[in-house]
Ligand binder design. Structure first.
Ligand SMILES: Cc1ncc(COP(=O)(O)O)c(C=O)c1O
Length: 392
């Protein structure tokens, strides 16, 4: 049969039916699996025969999720991890060695910066950062020992866009593993492999779950890279629980529908915010005012579900505004059906110094909205009343 369309793969990539003839894939909540014989067990352990042994190694539910995500991202192989951070860490720890060099975009999630700043250097791995927009900086960053280039696009939390095609070509030329955290876009909006990415990292906790219930992560990409990451997790333990994999695989069935609504709501909200005198800037990758609009349109099918803005009056006004919100949740998560307002400087990126925050455009008054699936009129009404109440 021909390759399925995205929405069909998201629903029909499923485990084979068991003898019970269930319609929806069952949950395999088991830590281990039995062998028909000692000889068969030995063959599975040696890798000479396929089969499940133990859920830290493999489980039908994690396998279904990995296969589905790999299909959706268009990669050769895939695997799952206990969280998005486990995916980021595993991809680096499994593929880099002492003496290697990694180039990273400056504009990445705070905990990923922690791995690069605090963990990798203590293992003898060199790290250097490049401004996401600095084409010359990317070109000059490569060294003889560069092994990997890592970035997020759109980036957390300021929604900046990396030029995947340009950077992908550089990685190819230097034979460097190009690793992209695609958590904000999801494979429905952006497939980094089309632009040369070798590895795709996901926090499945975000849009892949979509309802703020479970943690999860995934590493997708070339077989040789994924199998090293798989061996690392299998032995070091950051395996995804079968229950979480089951939840996440079900969630993917509605990813396309949900993302369409997240994007439509976010685009409308961006238009509303842009008209308010309370904000000095509004950042939304498909908004007419977005500095890299052409690039964002080339790489992403729609603008995504996140909107950033700079509220006039800085951190104090931002806090008054967030406190006045009634419908929006005050939390640091994103990609939920519920709309969320976050103040990155005091939450997701609070471990950075103020100078480090400003260096990556996280100003004291920067706010990030994860636009949910509620009716857009209610979302806007809540923001409107909070703006009014926070004015003095
Ligand atoms: C871009 C990005 N990557 C990775 C992560 C880490 O994911 P998790 O919270 O599932 O560990 C996050 C979390 O916010 C994120 O925003």
């Amino acid at each position: 049969m021909d390759k399925h369309k995205f929405e069909t793969s998201a629903i029909r990539t499923q485990l084979s039916q068991t003898a019970h003839k269930e319609h929806s894939a069952p949950l395999f909540l088991t830590s281990s699996f039995t062998f028909d014989s000692a000889e068969k067990g030995a063959r599975i352990f040696k890798g000479e025969q396929a089969g499940n042994l133990y859920s830290r190694f493999s489980n039908p539910n994690t396998e279904e999720l990995a296969n589905k995500l790999s299909e959706m991202e268009g990669t050769e192989a895939g695997m799952t991890t206990a969280s998005g951070m486990a995916a980021v860490f595993t991809s680096m720890a499994a593929l880099l060695q002492s003496g290697d060099h990694i180039i990273s975009s400056k504009s990445i999630f705070g905990n990923s910066i922690y791995i690069l700043d605090q963990i990798l250097p203590s293992w003898g791995i060199e790290v250097s950062y490049v401004d996401i927009h600095d084409k010359e900086g990317w070109t000059k960053a490569f060294r003889k020992n560069t092994k990997m280039l890592y970035l997020e696009t759109p980036s957390n939390p300021t929604l900046q866009t990396a030029d995947l095609g340009y950077i992908g070509a550089l990685c190819q030329q230097h034979k460097v593993i190009f690793s992209v955290d695609n958590c904000f876009a999801t494979p429905y909006l952006q497939q980094p492999t089309l632009f040369g990415a070798d590895l795709i990292i996901h926090s499945a906790t975000k849009y892949i779950d979509g309802q703020g219930r479970v943690l999860g992560g995934a590493i997708l990409g070339k077989k040789n890279h994924v199998s090293k990451c798989y061996d690392f997790v299998r032995r070091t333990g950051a395996a995804l629980s079968p229950f979480n994999a089951w939840v996440l695989s079900k969630s993917l069935e509605t990813l396309a529908l949900r993302m369409d609504r997240h994007c439509a709501n976010a685009a409308t909200l961006a238009d509303f915010l842009a008209e308010q005198a309370d904000f000095s800037s509004v950042i939304y990758p498909h908004h007419r005012s977005y500095p890299q609009l052409d690039l964002a349109k080339k790489q992403m099918a729609q603008g995504g579900g996140l909107v950033g803005c700079e509220i006039k009056g800085g951190a104090a006004r931002g806090a008054r505004f967030i406190n006045a919100l009634q419908l929006h949740s005050k939390t640091a998560n994103l990609g939920d059906s519920r709309s969320i307002a976050t103040h990155p400087a005091s939450t997701t990126h609070s471990k950075l110094t103020e100078a480090q925050q400003l260096d990556i455009d996280i100003t004291p008054g920067y706010l990030r909205f994860s636009v949910g699936l509620e009716h857009i009129d209610d979302i806007i009404k809540d923001i409107d009343q909070a703006l009014h109440h926070s004015r003095n």
